[in-house]
Ligand binder design. Structure first.
Ligand code: URA
Length: 242
């Protein structure tokens, strides 16, 4: 933590105490500030990581609201994500963003991109050797090398729901033999709840406007509506979040 940040946090606590703010509010502020600092440190560790063979790239850490109840976990960065160092900003990201925009406008503002937390199983670009593809699935070794980062993110964010985007994330976080066609939209675990949706890259490969692509998008939409229903009943979020 920089000295300036430390001073402003301590100053804020002092003011809250002087104003006789409720004890819970002060504790909540300390808790959020601590998580904030730990996530900054984690981001720096991710950026410097050399733990596996694909580390020689522009690392792509998490993005979004660190106090969100909703955490999306994708597979790994592609070309555009690697360039910008931000998850889901390439072609798949654009489809992902369209879905979030529609949910935020039509269902609940909690779905706006800046209100959710977005990460990936691996933080480095698994570059493909295949001339027809720019990205490949991360290997078991690459996933294992990055897993501690993902675990720490989940511990610090404390989401109510983790949405696995695609079968790689689902097989890492839900169970190793995850079958998207049979198990998407199903809730697993307790706290956090886990659910998986089709990956937007998969939808793009099948043709976004084909009958199949449209059907896959409808399934994603329904799966996300199920998450929204869950949050309607279980959200503890207050207006101060995000
Ligand atoms: N696909 C992913 O799984 N993650 C990204 O960040 C981009 C594309």
């Amino acid at each position: 933590m920089s000295q300036a940040v430390l001073i402003s946090v301590l100053d804020m606590i002092k003011k809250m105490l002087q104003n006789d703010e409720p004890y819970d509010k002060i504790l909540d502020f300390i808790d959020k500030s601590t998580r904030d600092v730990q996530l900054q440190a984690l981001r720096e560790q991710i950026i410097k990581c050399t733990a596996c063979e694909i580390h020689n790239c522009n690392h792509t850490p998490f993005t979004g609201n660190i106090y969100s109840e909703i955490m999306f976990v994708g597979e790994g960065p592609g070309t555009e994500e690697e360039k910008q160092g931000v998850p889901f900003v390439g072609p798949a990201g654009q489809l992902f963003n369209k879905m979030l925009d529609a949910l935020a406008q039509q269902v609940h503002p909690r779905w706006a991109r800046e209100k959710v937390f977005i990460s990936n199983v691996v933080k480095c670009w698994p570059k493909s050797d295949d001339p027809h593809r720019t990205v490949r699935q991360p290997t078991t070794k690459e996933i294992a090398a990055c897993k501690a980062f993902l675990d720490k993110e989940i511990e610090l964010i404390r989401p109510r729901v983790i949405i696995c985007v695609g079968s790689v994330a689902a097989s890492v976080l839900i169970h190793p033999n995850f079958k998207m066609t049979e198990e998407h939209g199903r809730f697993f675990g307790d706290d956090p709840k886990l659910i998986a949706i089709y990956h937007p890259s998969y939808i793009l490969r099948r043709g976004e406007e084909t009958d199949e692509g449209v059907e896959l998008k409808i399934q994603c939409w329904n799966d996300l509506l199920a998450v929204n229903d869950f949050l309607e009943k279980n959200s503890t979020e207050t207006q101060t979040h995000g």
